[in-house]
Design a protein around this ligand. Structure first.
Ligand code: 13P
Ligand code: SF4
Length: 331
């Protein structure tokens, strides 16, 4: 059975030692080793979102990224089992793209305030109210909502997806703030829904102004799930993958990522010359995924994601249309 060599464990710890004290790492080592054994045994891969904790991101993930990159990776995966270290809608998107693969979510309660804000019936109501207006749905939604949509998007291609439709008006749901940010950048009229991300809605323009006073010269990078007036105070706004690209390109001396806490934790070791100021909010859903739960998930093959076949085909079409549009440069 392949297990990690001490060298690889050392390499992992090297990436996370600023965030994980040595005593805690010592308790994690058996779990990390067990996960690598189980992955080999079950022919499984782990896809981890950028908001996962460093021990998951560097210790056990086979692929890390933003929502779009994880969906792109799922679409080309040939693994027998995929464990989603992320939230439920990401596991559902994976299952839509890999219907014959066993897709596991280590804690089925890992939800999302955006996904919970809207139902398929809400989408049908909007369609009835605005006949003929196409529905663009953020991937942070259930398969049931995706099935009622024309096309999905992530924050890495929202503008490109809206522009690809070539229409003056779209229904863009359920994130009212991403919708407002897209409306400003595209000039397309947008009808939305009062959903929001419980992490990003907490940031205020005053928070960002205070950061500039307390940390002169800081570069502020905000996620577009933040309210537009917060993005206005930032130097750049983009998906979590867009943030990484921006850091690679611009190499700021000092940066504050206006997003979930683990984002900076995972990037400090990649950008040693950058000082990370860390104002952040935790996503309680992302934090439900732990090494212990990944072990249990692989040992018991729980919790498998299943999607009602009656809506899976329609939901898959909306996700595949999004993948065909691809990522937008700089986002
Ligand atoms: P991205 O990683 O796609 O930017 O999304 C952020 C997010 O909040 C996912 O839940
Ligand atoms: Fe949902 Fe926000 Fe958490 Fe992402 S960070 S899973 S959008 S609540």
């Amino acid at each position: 059975m392949p297990t990690l060599t001490p060298i690889k464990l050392d390499e992992i710890y090297d990436r996370i030692k600023g965030q994980v004290p040595a005593v805690e790492w010592a308790t994690m080592i058996p779990l990390v080793e067990r996960i690598w054994q189980l992955k080999a045994e079950k022919k499984a891969v782990i896809l981890a979102h950028n908001y996962q904790t460093p021990e998951i991101y560097y210790g056990v993930a086979d692929f890390t990224g933003d929502s779009l990159a994880l969906a792109q990776q799922a679409a080309k995966s040939s693994a027998e089992v995929i464990v989603m270290a992320g939230v439920h809608f990401m596991a559902e998107t994976t299952k839509l793209l890999c219907p014959s693969t066993t897709v596991l979510i280590p804690d089925a309660r890992a939800g999302c305030s955006l996904a919970e804000s809207i139902t398929g019936a809400d989408v049908r109501k909007l369609r009835a109210q605005y006949p003929g207006v196409p529905v663009v749905t953020y991937v942070n939604t259930s398969a049931e909502v995706k099935a009622e949509s024309d096309i999905c998007c992530t924050s890495g291609n929202a503008l490109k997806v809206v522009e690809s439709l070539g229409v003056p008006r779209v229904i863009f749901i359920p994130d009212q703030y991403l919708a407002a940010n897209v409306a400003r950048e595209t000039g397309v009229e947008i009808i939305t829904h009062p959903g929001s991300c419980m992490v990003h809605e907490q940031f205020t323009p005053a928070d960002l102004r205070e950061l500039r006073v307390l940390h002169p010269g800081v570069t502020l990078v905000a996620h577009p799930e933040c309210p537009p007036e917060v993005c206005d105070e930032a130097d750049m706004s983009g998906s979590t993958a867009g943030m990484v690209d921006f850091l690679k390109r611009e190499r700021p001396a000092k940066v504050a990522l206006i997003t979930e806490c683990s984002m900076s934790d995972n990037l400090v070791s990649q950008f040693p010359e950058t000082e990370f100021i860390r104002p952040c909010n935790l996503c309680p859903h992302m934090k439900r995924i732990t090494l212990q739960k990944i072990v249990r998930s692989l040992e018991t093959m729980q919790v498998p994601v299943e999607i009602d076949p009656a809506l899976a085909a329609r939901a898959r079409t909306a996700v595949e249309r999004m993948l065909a549009v691809g990522r937008q440069e700089g986002k």
